[in-house]
Design a protein around this ligand. Structure first.
Ligand code: ZN
Length: 255
C-alpha cells in the first residue's frame, strides 16, 4: 500500500465496506475494476480473506503487517506482540527482506508467519505476466532461503490482481490473501483514529459472524525506514482491546 495508489486503496476500501452482493457491485463499479481491486472479489480467482466463525466460538483476528521488514519499527512491533504472546503474519517486500535478512529471520524465529508481498511492490494488475512471475518467484526464493521454511501465502501489493497473478501465486504453492479490515494507517498520524477505525470494522465482522483479517503497515513500500509509530501503537491498542475476547491467529490457520 502507499500514497501513489491511494485512489485505488480508497476504492477498494469503499467497496469492501459495502454489503451489496458481488454481482451487483460488479455491475455498478465496472466488473474489471471491481474484480481487480475489491478485496472481497473472487471473480479473478479465489483468495483467502477470513472464515465464518463457528457458532459459539470466540472471534478470531489475524493481525497482518505489510511492506516490511522495517529496521526502524519492526523490532518494536515484535516486542509488543511478544508481550501479548500473539503471533502475526508479515507480508514482506522481497528486496527489503533480502537487505534485512537478519531481521527477516528474527521475525520467523519468533514464530510469526512470513508471506510474499512481491519483490518491488508494483501494481501487479498493470505488470507484464513474465515480470509478475519473476516478482513472486524471486521473493519466494529469497524468503525461503533466509528463513529455511516454505512460504505459503502471497498478498498482492495494493490488493491489485488479475487471474494470471493469482495463478502464478498458486503455481508457486502460495495462497493469495486479501483482507477485510483496513484503514489508511500509512497516512494517519493518530493511533487512536487507526485503532478506532479498525475496531469498528472488527466489531462489525464479529457481529456478522466473521473473523477479521486486519492490515496494518510496519513498513513503507517507498521508504524502507518509514515512520510507523502510529500503526504500531494502534496494533498495541487492538491487542489490549481484544486480548480477552478474541483469538489471534496467523493466516496459515485459515488456509
Ligand atoms: Zn503493500
Amino acid at each position: 500500500m502507499g500514497p501513489p495508489d491511494r485512489k485505488l486503496e480508497k476504492m477498494a476500501g469503499i467497496l469492501a465496506e459495502t454489503a451489496i452482493g458481488a454481482a451487483a457491485i460488479g455491475l455498478l463499479a465496472g466488473g474489471c475494476a471491481y474484480a481487480a481491486l475489491w478485496p472481497g472479489s473472487q471473480i479473478f480467482g479465489r483468495t483467502l480473506i477470513a472464515p465464518r466463525l463457528d457458532l459459539g466460538k470466540p472471534g478470531e483476528l489475524a493481525l497482518t503487517f505489510d511492506d516490511g521488514p522495517n529496521p526502524a519499527w519492526t523490532p518494536r512491533l515484535l516486542e509488543l506482540l511478544d508481550q501479548y504472546g500473539v503471533k502475526a503474519t508479515f507480508f514482506l517486500v522481497g528486496k527489503y527482506a533480502s537487505e534485512q535478512s537478519v531481521l527477516t529471520r528474527f521475525i520467523a524465529n519468533n514464530g510469526h508467519a512470513i508471506g510474499n508481498h512481491s519483490w518491488s511492490h508494483p501494481n501487479l494488475a498493470l505488470t507484464a505476466p513474465a515480470k509478475v512471475r519473476e516478482e513472486l518467484r524471486n521473493t519466494k526464493d529469497a524468503l525461503e532461503q533466509i528463513i529455511g521454511k516454505p512460504v505459503r501465502h502471497f498478498r498482492p501489493p495494493f490488493g491489485a490482481r488479475r487471474p494470471d497473478v493469482l495463478r502464478a501465486a498458486r503455481e508457486l504453492g502460495m495462497t493469495p490473501v486479501l483482507w477485510n479490515a483496513m484503514t489508511s494507517d500509512w497516512n494517519e498520524p493518530s493511533p487512536e483514529r487507526i485503532a478506532a477505525n479498525l475496531s469498528g470494522k472488527i466489531d462489525r465482522l464479529t457481529r456478522r459472524g466473521f473473523a477479521a483479517n486486519i492490515v496494518l503497515h510496519d513498513g513503507g513500500h517507498q521508504e524502507p525506514k518509514a515512520n510507523r509509530e502510529a500503526s504500531i501503537t494502534a496494533a498495541g491498542r487492538l491487542l489490549e482491546r481484544y486480548a480477552g475476547t478474541h483469538r489471534f491467529v496467523t493466516v496459515g490457520e485459515w488456509g
